[in-house]
Design a binder for this molecule. Structure first.
Ligand code: ARG
Ligand code: ASP
Length: 687
């Protein structure tokens, strides 16, 4: 327990500031408030987070399970991104009412559309529960016991605190590599209705061409409303429900932003790894990212080729293509960013200084231990990642596996098959099959090839011949036959060549890769926990924010442009003029709705702001987060980062790391001029 006490002491001291880097715990924001004030913020720590009075935290919500949203009216109205509401907008869309394409605008509360399955969660409170979670554990019991004690105590505490009938959910999360545990208590609402969404040609303007990039002109927002039972409690959808009455909602600033203005982002960043050992960064930047990028470049080329030949295929593959492309582009920025910054070398230099400090103390030998663990882990983890990006990305193979699992559980497969084949185009999958298997054969050594894979390759002589035989004989090439499968047909699936190939890989992973990988990961967790604690002792002056884990955080910085390369400077604010410059009816991503052209032609809108850049430290999950000014008023909605800065998940560079936000004034402009839904303005509070 002694070391834990030192650790907590280390946390309690107040520290120097690092330029705009950091995702801070809101309950400890008092530690940052002086620095925030020096940078222009006019709020108190209690304004931002309080459990005694209404504070800004009461207006921030987790939207679904991976985005953020914010309340903007006393009637439960909320904003999030278009890409966060996308699947719900899609579910309400049909050929007659294509809300994705044309947009959707409720003209009264009675026209708002329910979304079963969608929840929003508000944080009630968060607190350090480390002592409770580690109760019953002593260092002499070892690391494995620590994990299992923590797991059992967490489950017990979560159960104790949760009140399902009142929508109260509790979760215990590990911070600082499980040196600390926090309890998060949420109120979860289940009746969340779609109020408005712009046409995709605004909400997704620029598509994957502009994704992760600046200059950006995407109107990436959608609007929802939360409803409760008449007594105000969370409830399933019912026509009798009433709009949610929040404790707090954001006022909207119409004053806008300019270069240098203080801003902060209040939201739920998903995952970062700022404190990891140099070898992990080297693996990500030099091995994993480049390999995955190369594989995805092939997949994207194949998809694009067929998508450009047929409108129907373009629709079938647009969501799949977007998700393959999203990470593909992010990884390019990430590996380029750590290379440019020399992060691996910088970490190694830091580790040498650390090792000197650690000599003859309790952390002696820790860096060597980490290096040895990573060396054993790397080939195994690469094989696992390579499997995911090759074999698993062939649709027919992973689908064969899913069908088998469903049949094993005696589940019907008809609707699953319908969903799969609706968006399946066999020529794409055949080409991807050949490309991915070929990549696997050439890039993974024989030791990492399952025996079945080698046998079949030898049998057919080439991946193409194997492919032709497999697609010709597999039942999964025949949608009607798959839809008709019942649990008694399971043997038929087990004899199928698509299933057999996938299963051969799964069996090989389960036997030769995963058990060892899991054991190493256990060692790594323990070593990382020590290394985190040791770094905090090594640098007692530095304020360490915990890595992101989808818990609520505050990031602050200022509106700022950047220079992506020599002789180029990007200004931080984009305008409607830029949309008109990109407008091109022949390019899908840049074809704007006619109404926007007409409004622009009226004149006077050239300077209408659309998006802006700032130095706030954000990541995936921060999409939809409120971007607030010095008074805590809403000035934007966060939705992306610039790709030269996507290494911010590993290392933050103030010169390149910028978050991209939609200017809230463009949102208002679209509501008014495109949606004609200005009835919504009546419930908003403008500053
Ligand atoms: N890049 C942003 C994020 O990581 C936006 C993604 C929207 N999807 C897309 N493929 N354009 O999530
Ligand atoms: N676009 C991301 C999201 O959806 C945000 C980011 O990665 O910056 O959360």
């Amino acid at each position: 327990m002694k070391r834990l006490t030192t650790f907590i002491l280390a946390l309690a001291v107040s520290f120097q500031a690092f330029a705009d880097e950091g995702m801070w715990l809101p309950n400890l924001i008092a530690r940052r408030i002086d620095d925030m004030g020096a940078k222009g913020c006019r709020l108190s720590a209690e304004d931002i987070y309080s459990i005694n009075k209404a504070s800004l935290k009461d207006a921030v919500l987790l939207f679904g399970s991976g985005c953020t949203g914010e309340l903007v009216s006393p009637n439960g109205l909320l904003f999030t991104n278009h890409h966060c509401g996308y699947s719900f907008i899609q579910r309400h869309s049909s050929v007659e009412h294509d809300y994705l394409k044309d947009g959707f605008w409720a003209m009264s509360q009675s026209e708002e559309l329910p979304n079963p399955g969608l929840t929003v969660s508000f944080l009630e409170r968060m607190e350090d529960v480390t002592d409770v979670i580690l109760y019953g554990w002593e260092p002499s019991m070892g690391d494995a016991a620590r994990d299992s004690v923590a797991r059992a105590n967490s489950a017990r505490l979560e159960k104790e605190v949760a009140v399902p009938s009142k929508g109260i959910r509790a979760s215990v999360e590990a911070l600082y590599y499980a040196n600390q545990y926090y309890l998060f208590v949420f109120r979860v609402y289940r009746d969340v209705r779609l109020v408005g969404a712009p046409p995709s040609s605004i909400g997704k303007f620029g598509g994957d061409t502009d994704n992760w990039m600046w200059p950006r002109h995407t109107g990436d927002f959608s609007i929802f409303r939360i409803y409760t039972a008449p007594d105000g409690s969370p409830a399933d959808y019912s026509p009798d429900n009433i709009p949610y009455r929040p404790r707090k909602y954001f006022s909207i600033s119409r004053a806008g932003v300019k270069e240098g203005d203080f801003t902060f982002v209040y939201g739920c960043p998903g995952s970062t790894r700022e404190y990891v050992f140099s070898d992990e960064v080297r693996y990500i930047g030099e091995v994993s990212d480049p390999q995955k990028i190369a594989l995805r470049t092939k997949r994207l080329e194949i998809q694009k080729k067929y998508m450009s030949q047929s409108q129907a295929v373009r629709i079938q593959y647009s969501a799949k293509n977007a998700s393959v492309s999203n990470a593909w582009k992010k990884w390019q920025g990430e590996s380029g960013g750590v290379r440019r910054l020399g992060t691996v070398e910088a970490k190694r230099a830091y580790e040498r200084r650390f090792a000197q400090w650690a000599a003859r103390g309790p952390y002696e030998g820790l860096t060597e231990r980490l290096a040895a663990i990573y060396a054993r882990r790397e080939p195994l983890y690469l094989a696992y990642e390579y499997f995911n990006e090759t074999i698993r990305s062939v649709e027919i193979l992973s689908f064969a596996w899913s069908v088998h699992s469903a049949l094993e559980l005696k589940r019907p497969v008809e609707s699953m098959a319908k969903g799969f084949y609706k968006d399946y185009y066999r020529p794409i999958d055949e080409e991807i099959f050949a490309a991915m298997l070929d990549a696997y054969r050439s890039n993974m050594s024989g030791d990492y090839q399952p025996a079945y894979f080698k046998e079949q390759l030898a049998l057919y002589g080439s991946v193409e011949a194997w492919r032709d035989a497999l697609f010709a004989s597999s039942i999964f090439s025949n949608p009607d036959a798959v839809k008709a499968l019942t649990p008694s047909d399971i043997a038929k699936v087990e004899a199928d060549p698509a299933y057999k190939l996938y299963k051969a890989f799964r069996d090989w992973l389960d036997a030769d890769i995963m058990p060892e990988l899991h054991a190493i990961d256990g060692e790594l967790r323990a070593a990382n926990r020590q290394y985190m604690r040791a770094q905090m002792e090594f640098e007692p002056e530095r304020d360490f924010y915990p890595d992101a884990n989808l818990t609520l955080r505050v990031a602050y910085g200022k509106v700022a442009g950047y220079s992506p390369s020599d002789a180029v400077y990007y200004a931080p604010v984009s305008t409607l003029k830029g949309i008109m410059e990109k407008d091109n009816p022949d390019i899908f991503d840049y074809n704007i709705p006619q109404v926007l052209r007409d409004i622009y032609a009226e004149g006077g809108h050239e300077k209408q702001p659309v998006c802006f850049l700032a130095t706030n430290h954000t990541t995936g999950g921060n999409s939809g987060s409120p971007v607030l000014n010095a008074d805590g008023h809403l000035v934007g909605i966060n939705f992306d980062r610039v790709w030269e800065g996507t290494m911010s998940d590993l290392v933050f560079d103030p010169d390149y790391c910028r978050n991209i936000s939609l200017d809230v004034r463009y949102l208002l402009f679209v509501i008014e001029n495109v949606g004609h839904a200005d009835w919504l303005f009546k419930e908003m509070d403008f500053k």
